[in-house]
Design a binder for this molecule. Structure first.
Ligand SMILES: C[S@@+](CC[C@H](N)C(=O)[O-])C[C@H]1O[C@@H](n2cnc3c(N)ncnc32)[C@H](O)[C@@H]1O
Length: 277
């Protein structure tokens, strides 16, 4: 009980400090408010909001949809359909989730496949379903590094040089919420490891991360449907990156290739940052 009261007091003080404009001190108190082995989701959420001002991930995704007006959109991890519903009725939408919590026919332009992403890619041909390469894909399924890596590898086979992949949960808040084992309600798992992995193993890709609340979005373009580098080295890559400790992150801006969370910067990425060799 004493620890609950202490956490609440620290959290209230952090909110007051934020209001008073003492951002750094507020962040430190949010971190202290979370009990070492307990949970305090309000503190995690308020802390994340203080660290990541600007449009949240839904706002950033909506901007990307409006800007690209993609002919098609693929989403791995549908859940309640919150992100699926950001899509224009003119976009052909394909969702994949073993336990979607939406009606499979909730909109005419949307098809939801009730299976894991691995099963989907093992049994179906995405380009036949879409009538060509995907334009925009969002990965937000199982929050483990090796799954995200496989989702990316599977999608890339169906890409064109103009395709965009966005991965949710790439910017971790703290060690505990960024670990493989879930012990807190607010949890991004070790999805973050996909950023150093792709930066190191696929320097040909274009990568930037938007610090969009609550856990960031990584944008990737410059894809190559012919590349088999990740697949050929899959076992060694998984071993190397699963073993990464949270402490390797020193400077988030550099480590995650952060760009400003504003529409003009996102637009620049989408328009101009195709690497030329
Ligand atoms: C965080 S939710 C997705 C939220 C949704 N994109 C949004 O923001 O509105 C994650 C979803 O991934 C699904 N999921 C878990 N494992 C999966 C897998 N192997 N393949 C595809 N989806 C998976 C879960 O069932 C869950 O509905």
């Amino acid at each position: 009980m004493a620890r609950v009261n202490e956490s609440q007091t620290l959290y209230n003080s952090a909110l007051q400090l934020l209001q008073a404009g003492d951002h750094e001190a507020a962040l430190a108190l949010f971190a202290q408010a979370i009990p070492e082995e307990g949970d305090f989701v309000e503190a995690h959420l308020a802390w994340a909001e203080a660290v990541m001002p600007g449009p949240d991930y839904l706002g950033a995704l909506k901007f990307i949809h409006n800007f690209l007006q993609p002919q098609n959109y693929v989403e791995i991890g549908v859940e309640f359909g919150t992100t699926l519903k950001l899509v224009s009725p003119r976009t052909r939408v394909l969702g994949i989730d073993p336990v979607p919590q939406v009606e499979s026919d909730f909109a005419e332009n949307v098809s939801v496949y009730q299976q894991t992403s691995d099963d989907f890619f093992a049994s179906r041909d995405l380009s036949s379903l879409l009538g060509g390469p995907f334009v925009f894909a969002f990965i937000d399924g199982l929050h483990l590094f090796e799954q995200v890596l496989r989702d990316f590898m599977n999608l890339e086979k169906y890409s064109s040089p103009d395709s965009l992949v966005v991965i949710h949960d790439c910017l971790p808040l703290d060690r505990r919420t960024a670990s493989r084992m879930r012990t807190t309600q607010f949890w991004s798992g070790d999805v973050w490891k996909i950023v150093p992995c792709l930066k190191n193993e696929r320097p040909d890709l274009n990568i930037a991360t938007i610090p969009a609340y609550p856990t960031g979005l990584c944008l990737i373009n410059g894809l190559s449907s012919e590349s088999r580098l990740l697949e050929e080295n899959y076992t060694a890559i998984v071993e190397r990156y699963v073993a990464l400790e949270y402490d390797v992150i020193k400077d988030k801006t550099d480590y995650f290739s952060l760009i400003a969370n504003d529409c003009s910067r996102i637009k620049d990425f989408l328009l101009h940052e195709k690497k030329i060799f």
